[in-house]
Design a protein around this ligand. Structure first.
Ligand SMILES: [Zn+2]
Length: 156
């Protein structure tokens, strides 16, 4: 299933982003208890680099925001389901998936401009009617934002 591979990529991307954030902010790390927590262990297994830097922080992702281009071919419901499955045991386990739908944007030669297509079936400039010179946006599946709740050692 197309959506499942996208969901797996998304989970990887989020995990990498969390890793990145952890390496940039050497904040409180109470990572020793993580290995006894199956979720934490799975997250740590997915992010071996984090362990080398002194253990991953216990971060819980509350929401993952994605933008689906109108031509991405991704079905929102299938993606939600896949995201839930792919996220199990990772840092995004239980996170909300917030889906935003992106427009189709074409480049119009005669107008020298980018135009938003209202009708995805007509690949023509809505202003001058010329055939679209190219697709600027519309196929993307983009991770646009993450809402993360940090559980630092001070939390205990
Ligand atoms: Zn035009």
């Amino acid at each position: 299933m197309h959506e499942l591979s996208i969901a797996i990529e998304l989970v990887d991307l989020v995990t990498a982003a969390l890793d990145d954030a952890a390496s940039r902010t050497p904040a409180v790390r109470g990572g020793t208890a993580l290995t006894s927590d199956p979720r934490g262990a799975a997250a740590a297994a997915n992010a071996p680099a984090a362990r080398d830097r002194g253990g991953p922080k216990r971060s819980r992702v509350e929401a993952v925001h994605v933008r689906l281009g109108a031509l991405s071919g991704v079905a929102e419901e299938a993606l939600r389901f896949s995201f839930e499955v792919a996220g199990r045991g990772t840092a995004v386990d239980g996170a909300r998936l917030v889906v935003e739908h992106g427009p189709i944007v074409i480049a119009c030669g005669p107008c020298h401009a980018e135009r938003v297509l209202d009708d995805p079936c007509s690949f023509r400039c809505p202003v001058c009617g010329a055939a679209a010179g190219g697709l600027v946006r519309g196929r993307e599946v983009e991770l646009t934002a993450l809402e993360v709740e940090e559980h630092a050692a001070a939390h205990r």
